[in-house]
Design a protein. Structure first.
Length: 360
């Protein structure tokens, strides 16, 4: 039996609040009339209520204005890499993309299957360690939309500002949705795979301003068709009911914590703790330019990479799980999503200091 609490720093699927897990476990056994949540129809009044409440709670959390629709779709965020060009291109030939990490790179590759993609800025040359100034972007005149990734989960690069463009702004918020208040009307479309800050994998949340959905020159499969999904309240087919249910619990949890302002405060405290520990020594290093550092995903390296395995082993023994960096970049990465308590970030910082004392 481990004597330490477990803190899970996984980038996704990731830590969930214990209260949400307990409620979900209970509902698996019994949700209504002796049946578990995964045993009832998605057309039942009980699931209809989950749908209605999840939309109402998300609307309240993000203060979503009139004119926007919320869609819950399967296929994660990667499904949206295709759904976005399918639904937004209309008669346009192409779109602008800002490439600041592996996820926006994948979004570019997928969109290129459907249209002429203009990569208006690309920071691959500096190993994805910065956010490019908007003045340097090479935007095209006839773009249907501009796509960017406000937080790059692998490289730990986050925009602290919202681009101002004349075309609909599309944001992949998979790894920073609900982490701080935003002004939804700055965006035409926000999407996120839920498995980081919201719930179990299997769903994407799409918040879309309805007027930007364009009639397509090509047929759109029903499950990727925003208009059909909106008309059927995201139930053109059987939705990912468990994932959706747990997401609805998570929305209520965030509201109960004080909403996005409270999340932002906690997230800043956690990130500040960890960056201060990294910056205080040459033993650890974060490569990201100071003004582009992510509050959610913090990659760092050890001065001697030969110590990586030992660091991970000792961390795990102290209940600090899933700190290995993404396989494409190596080193370490700590993901500090909403459900990570401040105590978790503190425990990591304490361990890092202890490890440095022993091996530095
Ligand atoms: C920013 C970002 N976009 C897209 C994805 C892909 O999400 P999914 O696995 O749900 O397709 C991820 C996954 O980690 C991500 O972090």
């Amino acid at each position: 039996m481990m004597s330490h609490p477990i803190y899970n720093f996984c980038a996704g699927p990731s830590v969930m609040p214990p209260e949400v897990i307990a409620q979900a476990a209970q509902s698996l056994k019994h949700y209504h009339d002796g049946l578990g949540i995964i045993e009832i129809s998605h057309r039942s009044p009980e699931f209809m209520q989950i749908i209605a409440e999840s939309k109402a709670d998300l609307t309240q959390l993000l203060n979503i204005p009139e004119g926007y629709q919320i869609i819950f779709m399967q296929g994660g965020a990667t499904g949206q890499f295709s759904a976005i060009p399918m639904n937004l291109l209309g008669e346009a030939k192409g779109a602008d993309y800002i490439q600041t990490g592996v996820w926006s790179e994948k979004a570019v590759e997928e969109a290129a299957l459907y249209c002429d993609v203009n990569v208006a800025a690309n920071t691959k040359g500096n190993r994805y360690t910065t956010v490019p100034h908007q003045a340097s972007w090479q935007l095209r005149d006839d773009a249907a939309y501009l796509h960017y990734t406000p937080n790059e989960t692998i490289h730990g690069v986050e925009f602290t500002w919202v681009p101002k463009v004349d075309v609909p702004l599309v944001a992949d918020m998979s790894s920073n949705i609900l982490s701080q208040p935003i002004n939804v009307s700055d965006y035409a479309l926000i999407y996120a795979g839920v498995q980081k800050n919201i719930g179990p994998a299997g769903l994407a949340v799409v918040i879309v301003r309805e007027d930007i959905i364009k009639p397509s020159r090509h047929p759109i499969p029903t499950i990727w068709n925003y208009r059909k999904m909106i008309a059927e309240d995201s139930c053109c087919n059987t939705p990912a009911v468990f994932s959706w249910y747990v997401s609805s619990l998570m929305f209520k949890w965030v509201l109960a914590q004080g909403g996005l302002k409270a999340m932002a405060k906690r997230n800043k405290t956690k990130a500040d703790l960890l960056y201060a520990a990294i910056d205080a020594t040459d033993f650890y290093h974060n490569p990201v330019e100071a003004h582009s550092r992510s509050r959610m995903n913090i990659p760092f390296t050890l001065a001697d990479p030969k110590l990586d395995a030992e660091f991970l082993k000792k961390a795990q023994a102290q209940g600090l799980y899933n700190l290995a960096g993404h396989r494409s970049v190596g080193g370490m990465r700590a993901s500090l999503y909403n459900a990570m308590p401040i105590e978790g970030a503190q425990a990591l910082v304490d361990f890092m200091k202890e490890f440095e004392r022993a091996y530095g």
